[in-house]
Design a protein around this ligand. Structure first.
Ligand code: ASP
Length: 439
């Protein structure tokens, strides 16, 4: 068995946390490839090393002195090194970093040093080989991650290296310049390494014991999800449930490798399994509920719209021309509605409106704002009768006015549009009917 283990920033924020990580890795000889993040927060008022690096580099770029800021960052690493009593000195690394800051090597370079240095410490601590991700994770000239080139390079490199530390979050262009993924991107590196070695499991260690059925800021102590499919997770993650970077699914999905979300502070918890498909029933009919506020919709009406060829395309063209992505398009016989994110739309709304008029000549058009979308997700919904009925009667009982319903063709999710002010109430009502009353 081969396991890839990725540890998030809070799991590596201090020597004490590093020790827990060391214990976890040493307790299972299958844990052969390790992906560290940069040191995260030690307590709620602390600053992540990645943020410290961005700040220090902003000073460098402005031509200001950044010695103190870089010194503070070095102190974070020294605290870990000394706490672990390692015979390691990062002074030369920091001298190189300072010189590269002066040469304005870029904010991606700066941010990537968080993972790079943590990787050096981790490799020394575990006595694993260190592999600089700049040599194995490739970005193309447009700055897009190149999955196939990376996979070949990574597989070749790891074939020769039975145990290695590969820092998360960054790679490089072919000319060697460093490029990072978006924030939280070490999850993607873990997934890339898992794919390359065809790992049996990708363990993603963080500070929670998995995904929760609902947002704990809305629901008091929701249970953890035991098993969730990649597609269910995509739906929930898109709607705001965040534990894993959303792009981390794609590399492992290619090889059908399961991801196991685990808690570094509670290694005995089984965590959440993210799998391609499963015969395991979820504990409840639904797997999870998530949602987001801040949507608006454009209602377009035209008599006999349904018999006018190309009408929908013309309306949607207006959004495309303004580079606005569309969330949902429920429609009726003579009406269609386009849901968009308010912050993306609001600046361009009048341009969109006039273009819809020009392209599609509707009879009437109106915009509504302050809407929220709630996604009820579950592979079990397909085979359970009455799910939609239960959702809507629960919402009616809670006096929530439903503004939109959209059931995906996969029957994996039902999306409900409600007013922003009813958002929490709607989630609580749905949670009650499917979870509270089931346990
Ligand atoms: N250190 C980076 C961040 O804070 C990447 C990561 O932790 O995954 O976003």
């Amino acid at each position: 068995m081969k396991k890839v283990v990725k540890f998030g920033g809070s799991s590596l924020a201090s020597a004490e946390q590093f020790r827990k990580v060391g214990d976890i890795i040493r307790s299972d000889p299958d844990r052969v490839y390790v992906i560290p993040s940069a040191p995260g927060k030690r307590h709620s008022k602390d600053t992540k090393v990645t943020d410290m690096l961005y700040k220090a580099y902003a000073l460098a770029e402005a031509g200001k002195d950044f010695d103190k800021q870089l010194g503070d960052i070095k102190a974070r690493y020294d605290e870990i090194i000394n706490g672990l009593t390692l015979d390691l000195d990062l002074s030369d690394e920091f001298a190189t970093i300072a010189a590269n800051f002066k040469d304005k090597k870029g904010s991606d370079y700066a941010a990537s040093r968080g993972e790079y240095l943590n990787g050096i410490i981790m490799a020394a601590y575990l006595d694993y080989e260190f592999i600089d991700s700049a040599t194995v994770v490739v970005f193309d000239e447009n700055g897009d991650f190149d999955p196939e080139k990376t996979n070949k390079l990574m597989a070749k490199r790891l074939e020769k290296t039975p145990k290695a530390v590969v820092p998360g979050f960054y790679g490089a262009y072919e000319d060697g310049r460093i490029k990072t993924f978006s924030r939280g991107g070490s999850d993607i590196t873990g997934s890339i390494v898992s794919r390359a070695i065809k790992a049996d499991v990708y363990e993603n260690w963080t500070d929670v014991s998995g995904f929760l059925v609902a947002d704990p800021r809305i629901i008091d102590k929701p249970p953890y999800i035991e098993t969730i499919t990649y597609t269910e997770l995509r739906e929930l993650a898109y709607m705001g449930a965040s534990v894993l970077h959303e792009d981390a699914i794609f590399p492992v999905r290619k090889e059908g490798i399961p991801i196991n979300i685990r808690n570094t502070n509670k290694p005995e918890d089984p965590g959440t399994w993210i799998v391609e498909s499963t015969a395991k029933k979820s504990r409840f009919v639904i797997t999870g509920i998530a949602g987001k506020k801040g949507f608006c919709c454009v209602n377009v009406m035209k008599d006999q719209m349904n018999s006018e060829v190309g009408f929908v395309r013309r309306v949607l063209q207006a959004f495309e021309d303004q580079h606005i992505s569309i969330e949902h398009v429920p429609s009726g016989i003579d009406t269609m509605t386009v849901f968009v994110q308010e912050d993306e739309f609001i600046e361009k709304e009048q341009a969109v409106v006039s273009e819809i008029h020009r392209l599609a000549h509707p009879d009437m058009l109106e915009i509504e704002s302050d809407l929220a979308l709630v996604a009820v997700v579950g592979r079990g919904m397909k085979s359970t009768r009455g799910t939609a009925g239960r959702i809507f009667s629960a919402l009616a009982h809670a006096s929530v006015n439903v503004r939109m319903i959209d059931q995906g063709s996969s029957e994996l999710n039902i999306i409900i549009g409600v007013e922003n002010r009813d958002f929490e109430k709607a989630i609580a009502a749905i949670y009650d009917i499917f979870v509270t009353t089931q346990v």
